[in-house]
Design a protein around this ligand. Structure first.
Ligand code: FAD
Length: 586
């Protein structure tokens, strides 16, 4: 079998992976990036609204206010040391991008334009702030392309359209690379590396209606689970308030940042009732619940009363064309509606995986061993949406994810550089870990089927179950059924077969591997949600409507082998006073 050796392996070529790769390549490390799609097709490319940093270009601002908003937005589940680190690093992350070539939108005086986004405030909960730096409504596109070009210049080695199957270890359990296969010709390759960084993005494909790309199947999270690393806080899945109703395409929060607002069937500006001060720019969990409540109580729009309307026409065509050209195009193409003239039908849509692979703020994957402090897993790092640092806690603020992937992609790379200085030589792999990974890959060979279960049917069923049983509002009974249904689907995986027809390509093998990954991530999500008996951030239980800090201000950890465990929230920041939990009103 083909074998390649690098100092550092990065799985994932989104913003997180590419930022880390650039740092490593510029430090003269040999770095390989594996991506199942061409790098610039990673989901980061779809980010619209922008990236937060307290630059104070439009309204007064500072990193400490940004930190407060992030802690409050997280419903006090975020780790305050990591949040402080991220908010302080934000301005530099933006200026770095500017120097990499990102064409940020500008103010008339030439400085970077910043728009108001949900959950942002001045002076620790005062007036609305404007903290989100944007390149019109195509910010992720600009960032991803600039980072890719910089990596080409830095001579990062790319394995484009290679699928990473599983992590590889030595006999002591240190992670030393991964098995991948070339999607084009099916050839497997063992990539050995002194460090491995997972930057595989989120798992939005768990849900039927989602803003996420088809590739967001939680592969890295599942690889970590199978390598014995638990997943943290998986019950917290963000529903974006404004997906196009019934379809799920995202209408950026920037649309409300620019002055758009939501109305119900009575033409009432509904957010005035749910968040009197912040209104349409309340935190995402708050706005999503408001829309779901309006629809549930019969004030939805349309023939089935199943959505609300996002009004932008009062902004005028010029503002829409200058600041929101992409979403205007999306609405014209997919709905035949021009938002400069007509309101957009919207409904909450699965959007962002707050939970993920537990890391510290250096990107090291950490596992708590029962009753002992958490220990880094030697050689294994994670950054970006697949990781849980945790800066987003129970609810992420818009504009904080692009920031997260860049800040912690860079931080992880800096730690990897130190690790490489101390570990100069490759260590031998435990060949049985290669065999196990090969077995998993070989399970999905073309062969005649004795059963009729198909990958796509099972994936659709899983997405339906997650949508019905683990959505915006949850309760004991609905989630109990959800756990049972997901477990039954996992069992049915054994009967799935991809067939031996001539039209079975490697893409069918990829889809089968992705389905297995989704199943593992679904187990973690359903079990963690079922167990948490409180409402916090995106996890909203009708039967436990209050937040319960005494019992539940702790992170969940789900592992395939041991089920659920918990660990404390790191409430102590690095240099400032901590923000104690308070009632969260907007
Ligand atoms: C429509 C949309 C709009 C958004 N807008 C914003 C915004 O305005 N502001 C903001 O802050 N956040 C936004 N977000 C969130 C943010 O864009 C993402 O959280 C972030 O870009 C994720 O980056 P990442 O590097 O972690 O992963 P991704 O960009 O998702 O990249 C994942 C990479 O992993 C690779 N990969 C995955 N599995 C495998 C495997 N098995 N083998 C090989 N490669 C693999 C993929 O090929 C890809 O290269 C948005 C998200 C969506 C969906």
């Amino acid at each position: 079998m083909k074998r390649r050796q690098f100092d550092s392996l990065i799985i994932g070529a989104g913003g997180g992976g590419l930022r880390a790769a650039l740092q490593l390549a510029n430090a003269d490390a040999s770095v390989a990036v594996v991506s199942k799609v061409f790098p610039t097709r990673s989901h980061t490319v779809a980010a619209q609204g922008g990236m937060n940093a307290a630059l104070a270009n439009v309204l007064p601002d500072n990193w400490h206010w940004h930190m407060f908003d992030t802690v409050k937005g997280s419903d006090y589940l975020g780790d305050q040391d990591a949040i402080e680190y991220m908010c302080r690093a934000a301005p530099r992350a933006v200026y770095e991008l500017e120097h990499f070539g990102v064409p940020f939108s500008r103010l008339d005086n030439g400085s970077i334009y910043q728009r108001p986004f949900g959950g942002q405030s001045q002076n620790f909960g005062g007036d609305q702030a404007a903290r989100t730096c944007a390149a019109a409504d195509r910010t992720g596109h600009a960032i991803l392309h600039s980072l890719y070009q910089q990596n080409i210049r830095a001579k990062t080695h790319f394995f484009d359209e290679y699928f990473a199957v599983d992590l590889l270890k030595d006999e002591e359990g240190h992670v030393l690379g991964a098995l991948a296969f070339n999607i084009h010709n099916g050839e497997p390759v063992v990539i050995e590396a002194k460090t491995t960084l997972l930057a595989t993005g989120g798992a939005g494909q768990l849900y039927r209606t989602t803003t996420n790309a088809l590739i967001n199947t939680g592969d890295g999270m599942a690889m970590a689970l199978r390598a014995g690393v638990p997943l943290q806080d998986m019950e917290f899945f963000q529903f974006h308030p404004t997906g196009i109703a019934g379809h799920g395409m995202l209408i950026t929060e920037g649309a409300r940042g620019e002055g758009g607002y939501l109305v119900n069937a009575d033409g009432e500006r509904l957010m005035e009732r749910y968040a009197p001060k912040a209104k349409d720019l309340a935190s995402r969990d708050v706005v999503s619940r408001a829309i779901a409540t309006e629809v549930r109580e019969g004030r939805g729009c349309g023939p089935n009363k199943d959505y609300v309307l996002l009004k932008l026409d009062h902004l005028g065509e010029d503002v829409i064309q200058k600041r929101l050209p992409g979403i205007r195009q999306t609405c014209i193409t997919f709905l035949g509606i021009d938002p400069a003239e007509q309101p957009i039908p919207v409904f909450p849509t699965a959007h962002y995986t707050m939970g993920g692979i537990p890391t510290n703020r250096f990107g090291q994957v950490v596992t708590p061993v029962k009753d002992t402090p958490e220990e880094p897993v030697t050689g294994l790092y994670a950054a970006g949406e697949c990781a849980c640092v945790s800066v987003h806690g129970a609810n992420r603020l818009g504009g904080n994810s692009l920031l997260d992937i860049l800040v912690f992609g860079r931080a992880a790379a800096n730690h990897i550089i130190e690790h490489l200085n101390e570990h100069r030589y490759h260590k031998p792999l435990d060949e049985s870990s290669v065999e196990r990974a090969m077995e998993r890959l070989n399970r999905w060979q073309r062969k005649p089927c004795s059963t009729s279960e198909s990958v796509s049917d099972l994936r659709n069923e899983l997405k339906q179950v997650m949508e019905e049983h683990c959505s915006v509002f949850r309760n004991e009974e609905v989630m109990r059924q959800g756990v049972e249904k997901v477990e039954a689907l996992v069992k049915r995986l054994d009967n799935v077969c991809i067939g031996d027809q001539s039209d079975v390509f490697n893409t069918a093998r990829v889809e089968a591997l992705e389905l297995e990954n989704l199943m593992h991530v679904a187990l973690a999500t359903m079990h963690s949600a079922y167990a948490r008996e409180e409402s916090r951030g995106a996890h909203s239980r009708i039967d436990f409507p209050e937040r319960d800090d005494k019992k539940w201000m702790r992170h969940s950890l789900y592992s395939l082998e041991h089920g659920l465990d918990y660990k404390p929230v790191r409430t102590k920041p690095m240099s400032v006073e901590s923000f104690p939990p308070k009632a969260r009103v907007y």
